[in-house]
Ligand binder design. Structure first.
Ligand SMILES: [Zn+2]
Length: 297
């Protein structure tokens, strides 16, 4: 992997706050920088609506008891949903948003110091449905990274799922989710994603196995970021356990079990709970991208 050693002072020596006071993860680089955030929550695009758009607006209008059709101008402009329901939803998400944005910014800062030709990704916040450079997506798919437009997409409602359905609460669990997606951006910039894509085309039979290795590496990269955060004393006691629990909760075997399906390792695309925690831990303990070669074995 092409890497650049950090210039001058090591990023690990930077301390954002006094280690003597309680520093929750939400304060990670929490300087309120939103330059890489695209808030598309409640965004309604005007102009010609397809049937999907009409249905979506209809559903939104029912759910929020507000006429969203009224927001659609005929000049093709986009409008942000307003009104008490939208405000309430935004307010309810504010703590989750803070963790997501702070982690996103911090992880990018850490990698920017180590990777030549680093370019920041953008974080897109959305509700329910989104159009990405990789096509349309629904919130039920969970957060994802699109290499085509170098954006991480998240409906913050996923964090409630993570806590309630998957039993992985806590701000570091939330941070892990974002750090994993930033890990995919790192893979993209390092040319790993392209290489894997080509290998998948050459050997379609290994598609799932290659996907698992790519995902486990993103977990390892997330762990390596966690290592940096820990060295800067940004983590609370219990944070590491939260992250490990989250990595396990989104293991393919757990997800298959939770949805009442038979556990079939050959269909795994992200890795088992055990593998995901193992690689997250590898990154966390080593702090080194080189330790994250999930393709070597
Ligand atoms: Zn992933």
């Amino acid at each position: 992997m092409r890497r650049r050693s950090s210039r001058g002072s090591s990023p690990e020596q930077v301390v954002y706050g006094s280690p003597l006071t309680h520093i929750p993860c939400v304060q990670l680089g929490g300087d309120g920088d939103r330059s890489n955030v695209e808030d598309r929550r409640g965004l309604v695009t005007g102009g010609r609506l397809g049937i999907g758009g009409i249905l979506l607006l209809g559903v939104l209008s029912i759910v929020f008891r507000q006429n969203f059709f009224a927001l659609v101008g005929d000049d093709g402009a986009t409008t942000q949903a307003q009104g008490p329901q939208a405000d309430e939803r935004r307010q309810a998400e504010a703590p989750l948003e803070k963790v997501a944005v702070a982690t996103f910014n911090d992880a990018q800062k850490v990698w920017a110091r180590q990777i030549r030709a680093w370019r920041d990704a953008k974080l897109v916040l959305f509700w329910d449905q989104v159009q990405s450079g990789c096509g349309g997506a629904g919130a039920e798919m969970g957060p994802f990274y699109c290499p085509g437009d170098q954006r991480v997409y998240i409906d913050l409602g996923f964090y409630r799922e993570l806590s309630r359905r998957f039993g992985a609460p806590g701000d570091f669990a939330q941070a892990y989710v974002i750090a994993h997606e930033v890990g995919h951006h790192l893979q993209n910039l390092l040319g790993i994603s392209d290489k894997v894509q080509r290998a998948m085309q050459q050997e379609p039979g290994r598609r799932n196995a290659l996907s698992v290795r790519l995902e486990l590496q993103a977990d390892c990269f997330a762990g390596a970021w966690g290592h940096s955060a820990a060295r800067r004393q940004l983590l609370d006691p219990g944070d590491v356990e939260e992250g490990l629990a989250a990595a396990a909760a989104v293991g393919d075997d757990r997800l298959q079990q939770a949805s009442g399906r038979r556990v079939s390792p050959e269909s795994f695309t992200h890795g088992s709970a055990q593998d995901r925690t193992r690689w997250f831990r590898t990154g966390l303990e080593s702090g080194s991208l080189d330790a994250c070669d999930t393709f070597a074995q």
